[in-house]
Design a protein around this ligand. Structure first.
Ligand SMILES: [Zn+2]
Length: 300
């Protein structure tokens, strides 16, 4: 059912990447610029991410001997440097997730580039290297984002939803590898009850949420696809849910033939397969539309 699967390393049937959007309370201050500093209860809900969940997840990854990717807004890195440093010190990938979780496709191209560069500089300050991977805050990838990622040397993006396997986005002057996932791989709809975000879902049990993610995994294992999460430490890193995450990792290991990797490692592998001719990707020219799409509404 997947027409052109990627040859994963060592004959693995599926590439799995646990990726965490370590937003902390960036969105609170973006949504409530005048009052976010007074909303202490929500601050604690979100600070749980860098202060409690990230150390727990890093320890879990050490126990399970896997590497993960953390997409962190620059502001969150500046505010919680201990979380970013812990991630890097343990060999996980620190990747770009905007500055303060701004909305790129509601900014001008100049503003979008400004904050992209700011986030790059902050990550470079922690890792010593420019980031190679990007996930647009809110998934609000714009019509110029691919151009900007090419211009600034990014290898891959992990924001979009256009396939079950990696594909290539071509822009002026280069291309970016897309590692797609979709809303069904996000933990917000399962867990996020955040009144100050006006996002109030009835929280599920971790076991129920994991049924969705496990079903996605089983399908990708069967058909040799790609499994990439959009999880948040303050959601899925809570104690009972983190225990379910670890059970899922063990389920995957029991199933076998799984390649656990950071999204950077997956993108590097895909790039190598393209360059040595062992796999030919689908290529999308970006952006999809040169301007607004308007229906013909001719009234005679
Ligand atoms: Zn985010």
């Amino acid at each position: 059912m997947i027409a052109n699967p990627v040859p994963w390393p060592n004959g693995a049937r599926v590439a799995v990447s646990f990726t965490w959007d370590e937003d902390a309370d960036s969105i609170l201050h973006l949504m409530h610029p005048e009052t976010g500093h007074r909303k202490v209860d929500t601050q604690t809900f979100l600070r749980y991410g860098p202060d409690v969940a990230v150390p727990r997840l890093v320890e879990m990854a050490r126990r399970q001997e896997i590497k993960m990717t953390f997409f962190m807004p620059g502001w969150s890195i500046e505010t919680y440097p201990h979380a970013a440093e812990l991630v890097v010190a343990n060999g996980h990938e620190l990747a770009h997730h905007g500055y303060i979780h701004e909305m790129p496709n509601e900014q001008s191209p100049e503003e979008e580039e400004h904050w992209l560069v700011r986030g790059m500089e902050i990550i470079e300050g922690v890792t010593g290297q420019v980031p190679r991977g990007y996930r647009a805050p809110w998934f609000k990838y714009s019509n110029v984002t691919t151009d900007l990622l090419v211009k600034h040397g990014f290898l891959y993006d992990a924001s979009l939803m256009g396939d079950d396997i990696p594909y290539v986005m071509r822009a002026q002057g280069g291309e970016v590898i897309e590692l797609p996932s979709h809303w069904g791989m996000d933990d917000y709809p399962h867990y996020a009850h955040v009144p100050d975000y006006e996002y109030m879902m009835p929280p599920k049990s971790g076991e129920d949420a994991m049924r969705v993610f496990r079903e996605e995994f089983d399908a990708m294992w069967e058909h040799r696809g790609l499994w990439v999460t959009i999880w948040h430490p303050f959601n899925s890193g809570r104690l009972a849910r983190a225990m379910e995450v670890e059970k899922l990792i063990e389920y995957m290991k029991d199933r076998g033939d799984v390649w656990f990797a950071t999204t950077l490692e997956i993108a590097e592998h895909v790039r190598k397969c393209i360059d040595d001719g062992s796999w030919t990707p689908r290529v999308d020219d970006m952006p999809y539309y040169a301007g607004p799409v308007q229906p013909r509404m001719e009234v005679s």
